[in-house]
Design a protein around this ligand. Structure first.
Ligand SMILES: [Zn+2]
Length: 331
């Protein structure tokens, strides 16, 4: 499967653990022992330790499973789960992780791993990522770069354009539905004929988010759609969300919503046989394929005075992401 992990800086030393001789406690004349203690002394430390590590893999069943396998031995399960969400967040303007992934898709991640004083290991930062979708000609790349004055940092493609765009690719966060969707299959719902939208299976009550800034033009009940919201965006495109259990407070025609804000909650109102979100992109009153309609244009470029620094960072990050080629020879 090509699951490899490469350390690029000296690997973390596990906290020193000194085993001691077992202590046997018995009452006189009674066998076997009543208690057996196995004391250990764990070296305490107040310092946090970090290292850089590259993880790559091929998706067989789901992104989570692939990351779960490639991170074995280098990250605890919670950090591996978190990493799948982080990857989805990084590319959330480009890829709908719950639908666009296929068997054979490849990912490479460059991460900063941190060991806390208590020994817990987390991923403190994703420094770079490459996602090679089997049905796309070029791999997607993300380079983490901190511009002065921004504490969080942003992700840019190799040409220095921000990955942040005007629209999210999915109306439900991947972390909310990753437990349901595999990479290859998604449930088929009993729906009305001439179905023109995209369905997202999600538990009842899962937050539904606006895919972009806009104004609510409809919030109410509409036939088979059940509880439905329409949002008009600046470019005239309308995003439609149906079958919702209920709306977030204040949703009425004229309400302004921001990209990513919660507008309602997944339900099964209208013609739906199970809880899911029905999502449509409409242009001039006609439903369009969201994948094409939401194909994001390039975001903002790196500020001119940061370009040289960014290029250095990019070259280093991309070179590190390529380390896996060396490692995979030993498989
Ligand atoms: Zn639908």
């Amino acid at each position: 499967m090509g699951m490899v992990a490469v350390w690029l800086t000296p690997a973390l030393e596990p906290k020193q653990i000194f085993p001691m001789a077992p202590v046997v406690v018995t009452r006189p004349g009674i066998e076997p022992a009543d208690f057996l203690f196995r004391p250990v002394v764990i070296e305490a430390s107040n310092t946090e330790l970090t290292d850089t590590l590259q993880i790559s893999g091929v998706i067989q069943s789901s992104l989570y499973n692939a990351l779960n396998e490639s991170g074995v031995g280098v990250l605890p399960p919670s950090a591996r789960h978190q990493l799948a969400w982080s990857l989805a967040d990084i590319f959330e303007y480009k890829v709908d992780m719950s639908r666009d992934l296929r068997q054979g898709d490849k990912f490479h991640l460059l991460i900063e791993r941190l060991q806390k004083p208590n020994g817990a290991i987390i991923v403190s930062k994703v420094l770079g990522a490459r996602l090679a979708l089997s049905n796309a000609s070029n791999p997607l790349e993300a380079i983490h770069f901190d511009t002065p004055g921004s504490s969080t940092g942003q992700y840019y493609d190799a040409s220095g354009m921000s990955l942040r765009a005007a629209f999210l690719r999915a109306p439900v966060a991947f972390r909310r539905i990753s437990s349901i969707f595999g990479a290859r299959k998604h449930p088929i719902f009993g729906e009305w004929r001439n179905h023109t939208g995209t369905d997202y299976a999600a538990p009842m009550g899962t937050p539904v988010r606006a895919i972009g800034d806009g104004v609510v033009i409809f919030a109410g009940t509409k036939g088979g759609y059940g509880n439905m919201i329409d949002i008009r965006h600046r470019n005239g495109m309308v995003s439609r969300y149906g079958h919702m259990r209920n709306f977030a407070t204040g949703m009425r025609p004229g309400t302004r919503v921001a990209m990513g804000s919660t507008i309602g909650y997944v339900g099964m109102t209208g013609w739906a046989t199970g809880p899911h979100l029905h999502f449509e992109i409409r242009v001039g009153g006609v439903a369009h394929d969201p994948k094409l309609a939401l194909q994001s244009r390039s975001g903002e470029p790196i500020p001119a005075n940061e370009r040289v620094l960014f290029q250095k960072m990019r070259n280093q990050t991309l070179a590190s992401l390529n380390q896996s080629r060396l490692a995979s020879v030993t498989e």
